[in-house]
Design a protein around this ligand. Structure first.
Ligand code: K2U
Ligand code: ZN
Length: 184
């Protein structure tokens, strides 16, 4: 008896900046525990792992919904978190600076300063109310992803000069990529 194990990686393309959806404000999720949200979260996780990335927000895959997926892969073991309608309920006064990237600005990195810790309330996929407190990488990721729900990109935290340099370099690299792809 031959068994065919076929795992289809249901991924969705990640939008590249500049894109109007990446600058728009996402809408709250109505029913946290309904099939379309579960399906979208699964597709976002698959797209995030493939990128690879440790976080992804629904606007990055063209869905203006307040939904983010995170997996820091502690000890290289998958530990996905899906946050529905996340709200920052507390931010530390002290700041922390870390180099950030973004799957919607591929190849671009810059140091971003944010509050060093945050407390976030959200719903999980069963609709249960949850709360998470974070510092370090998880703190940066949570703030970075929740920024995406407000149409804010990490470059929006930089000086206009640095932002313009990054956006011009990204546009040039994306043109180069399109030209290379045409040659293939
Ligand atoms: O585009 C995204 O939202 C994914 C981001 C999430 C992130 C940004 C800054 C700091 C932490 C997380 C990244 O591109 S995921 C890639 C990555 C991997 C490890 C550490 C930092 C960034
Ligand atoms: Zn991002």
């Amino acid at each position: 008896m031959r068994t065919m194990l076929s795992i289809t990686l249901d991924t969705i393309p990640i939008l590249i900046a500049p894109h109007p959806i990446l600058k728009a404000k996402a809408k709250p999720v109505g029913k946290a525990d309904d099939a379309t949200i579960r399906d979208l979260a699964a597709k976002m996780l698959a797209s995030m792992y493939l990128a690879p990335g440790i976080g992804l927000a629904a606007p990055q895959v063209g869905q203006l919904l307040r939904l983010i997926t995170i997996d820091l892969m502690p000890d290289n073991k998958p530990a996905p978190i899906t946050l529905i309608n996340p709200e920052v309920v507390a931010l530390a006064d002290d700041l922390a600076t870390r180099e950030e990237g973004c799957l919607s600005l591929p190849g671009q990195y810059a140091e971003v300063t944010r509050p060093a810790r945050c407390k976030v309330r959200y719903l999980d996929l069963t609709g249960a109310r949850k709360e998470i407190e974070a510092d370090g990488l998880l703190n940066a990721c949570l703030q970075h992803e929740i920024d995406h729900l407000e149409g804010v990109l990490f470059v929006d935290h930089l000086s206009a000069l640095k932002r313009n340099i990054i956006m011009r370099r990204l546009a040039k690299e994306q043109r180069q990529k399109r030209d290379d792809d045409k040659r293939r």
